[in-house]
Design a protein around this ligand. Structure first.
Ligand code: FES
Length: 579
């Protein structure tokens, strides 16, 4: 929706004016300390202060280039007449952080929001990319509601092994199954380790990082098309400095996140996620982001939008290619151009122009990678929202990444009480599992695990792998990596830890999955479920103190986005007093 014209802000209107522009004791202190850092009065006076929230860290290899990119952003900020102020934040290094970065997403969101409130920022450039860093930074910036622009880390280069293209995560799962089946030796496995992550940048499959970057692009919060630029491409540095120039103008125009993050813009983001076969994690994050923006978005809307959106981006794990190929094929602008009739084209973006204007004329250079509408890869989007007596508040499945024959399936449950139980028994030759069994994992949700780790792609039992089985129905209250695949029902809500029906499933119960009808049914009578509930004893929360204690008291369930209840909403918080 185009915004009504606003008067251009003046230097005295800037938030930072309260820190630097006054003739009082505190302003003296602020100016003299800026001079301590080597800046002169001319560097600061009357200029918008642009915070650069940087999630660079040695603990996050996907963000290795962010020191350089912060300098690129600063160059743009200086060119446009702003004053850059880089502020390092907690990083969420997906691969190293345990038990799950999801446990800490809300902590980074708080870090971002409070840094923006406490420091003299007029606008902000957000440097993130690795999975949860994207929603976390945006949740914080949305709550702070200062002019903001996102600079995504960009995908890494394609992996390579003996001339074969390797995709992050996706090919690890695939070849690990072969290794467990005895079809791949240690030497080959080590060579893959050398070749799968060839540069800085995020996972280059359509995992959570690529999905979230694309949805934020479609939402209008980054320079249009920025989400597809490979991290190692020189265009990426030029995009970062352009973002630095643009944010200064956004401050003068007073263009804020909540002006952009409307319900219609979120629908564009969901439509994009469905068309690219995006990660199921996007559901949780977009619901949480919408909650911060005051926009209406619930999980059923995902299902409705998924049903009408064709799947057109041929990227692993649901497709064949990788993010580098998507960039050469036309990137997200090319994808969106092919979805024009399904988008709200009048939504405003960070450029101040509408989404429609920004994708006008965007070329598609390769129909194999971005399929034409008349020949989509699938008639509908990648995600289905399921309901039934096993998931009264919903569950999700990425059905485009599952074997077709399993999308309507009924079979006996094989239940694992938690991940340790699964690890101990999954390869036991006496496990009572057949190819028709439904594997169930309990205690893997937001509170149960805790942190809702990406355990939802339960491994196929070794004895079934040896028989050639490569997919089975699996059900949990966990999440799944966006790079993963299989008939995995995820995000079951309420979770088993809080007494959701998943807690009462027993070995041999028949579970029915019906994706076309969006049903997930436990064929056990209500009376029997009530009996099982009556004899169930809830487990204690594991944290007697600390951040985990706060998390356990306030995290919401998956269908509400796993935000903290006290962080939701748009209630205004006053700027700090300066005395
Ligand atoms: Fe960082 Fe995948 S591990 S994006």
């Amino acid at each position: 929706m185009s915004l009504p014209a606003r008067p251009r802000r003046q230097p005295d209107d800037l938030r930072s004016h309260r820190w630097f522009g006054k003739d009082d004791l505190r302003s003296f202190g602020h100016r003299s300390r800026a001079k301590q850092a080597g800046f002169s009065a001319d560097d600061i006076a009357g200029k918008p202060v642009i915070a650069i929230l940087n999630t660079w860290s040695d603990a996050n290899p996907c963000h290795t280039h962010f020191r350089l990119r912060a300098e690129d952003v600063k160059r743009g900020v200086w060119q446009a007449g702003g004053f850059p102020m880089e502020i390092p934040l907690l990083t969420l290094g997906e691969t190293f952080m345990k038990p799950s970065t999801m446990l800490y997403r809300n902590l980074l969101a708080m870090d971002a929001e409070e840094a923006l409130r406490a420091y003299p920022a007029d606008g902000v450039v957000l440097l993130g990319g690795c999975d949860k860093t994207v929603p976390a930074l945006l949740m914080g910036a949305t709550s702070a509601n200062l002019p903001a622009i996102f600079v995504p880390a960009g995908p890494m280069l394609r992996g390579n092994w003996r001339g074969q293209i390797l995709g992050s995560g996706t090919d690890v799962w695939k070849y690990w199954a072969e290794r467990r089946a005895g079809a791949l030796d240690e030497c080959a496995w080590r060579e893959m380790e050398d070749g799968i992550a060839r540069s800085f940048g995020t996972c280059m499959t359509m995992g959570t990082a690529s999905t979230m970057a694309a949805t934020v692009d479609a939402l209008g919060l980054m320079l249009p098309g920025a989400s597809s630029i490979p991290a190692a491409d020189s265009m990426h540095a030029r995009m970062a400095s352009a973002a630095g120039r643009r944010i200064v103008e956004m401050v003068w125009e007073d263009l804020r996140p909540r002006d952009i993050m409307t319900t219609a813009a979120f629908e564009n983001a969901v439509t994009a996620a469905m068309a690219i076969g995006g990660s199921t994690n996007a559901i949780i994050h977009l619901v949480a982001m919408a909650g911060r923006a005051g926009a209406a978005l619930d999980i059923d809307r995902f299902d409705a939008l998924s049903r009408r959106t064709p799947f057109i981006a041929n990227i692993r794990p649901s497709g064949q290619y990788l993010m580098e190929d998507l960039y050469y094929a036309g990137g997200l602008r090319g994808v969106l151009q092919r979805l024009r009739d399904l988008l709200h084209l009048d939504c405003v973006t960070v450029t101040g122009r509408t989404l429609g204007e920004e994708i006008d004329g965007a070329p598609v250079n390769n129909d194999e990678v971005i399929a034409p509408r008349e020949r989509p890869l699938g008639p509908e989007g990648g995600v289905a929202v399921l309901r039934g007596n096993l998931a009264p508040d919903g569950a999700v499945i990425k059905h485009t990444a599952a074997e077709r024959r399993l999308l309507r399936h009924a079979g006996p449950a094989v239940v694992f009480r938690n991940y340790n139980d699964l690890e101990a028994r999954i390869d036991d030759p006496s496990l009572p599992a057949t190819a028709d069994s439904v594997l169930v994992l309990q205690d893997a949700g937001p509170l149960g695990a805790p942190g809702m780790p990406e355990w939802g792609m339960l491994p196929i039992p070794k004895k079934l792998l040896a028989e050639g089985v490569r997919d089975m129905v699996r059900i949990s209250d966990a999440r799944m990596s966006g790079t993963a695949y299989g008939a995995c029902v995820l995000h079951v809500a309420p979770e088993s830890f809080v007494g959701g029906p998943l807690a009462f499933v027993r070995d041999g119960d028949i579970i029915e999955l019906d994706v076309p009808d969006r049903r997930l049914t436990l064929r056990v009578s209500d009376e029997e479920l009530s009996r099982r509930r009556a004899s169930w004893t809830p487990r204690e929360v594991a944290y007697p103190r600390g951040y985990g204690h706060l998390y356990a008291r306030h995290v919401t369930q998956a269908n509400r986005g796993c935000d903290f209840d006290f962080l939701e909403g748009t209630a205004p918080i006053a700027d700090p007093e300066i005395h």
